[in-house]
Write a protein that binds this ligand. Sequence first.
Ligand SMILES: [Mg+2]
Length: 103
Amino acid sequence: MQFKDLQQGVVNNALSYGQKYQIAIDEDFALLKLIEEVGEFAQAVLIHRKKSRPEKHVSEEVSRGELAKELADVVGMTMVNAHLFGIDLEEALNKKWLSQEKK
Ligand SMILES: [Mg+2]
């Protein structure tokens, strides 16, 4: 699957979510949701590293699965933000992370 196809699928999923729950998927929503997902990833890391209350501790397999899910949410909401702001994320990643220019 190409990056753009993946991004389009994620965006379509977010738009369907918005329709289902009558939520405008606009720039404000997307930014706040991204921050929420970063927080959920942080919580998953704390639980995975057993730096949380003992009652939250789960097996290594389960906590690693939660890490993956929350990191996927962060990337997904990043893709939604890029879409709403008209940013070609693939191009931006290439320029920022892979190009020698790194402007
Ligand atoms: Mg999440």
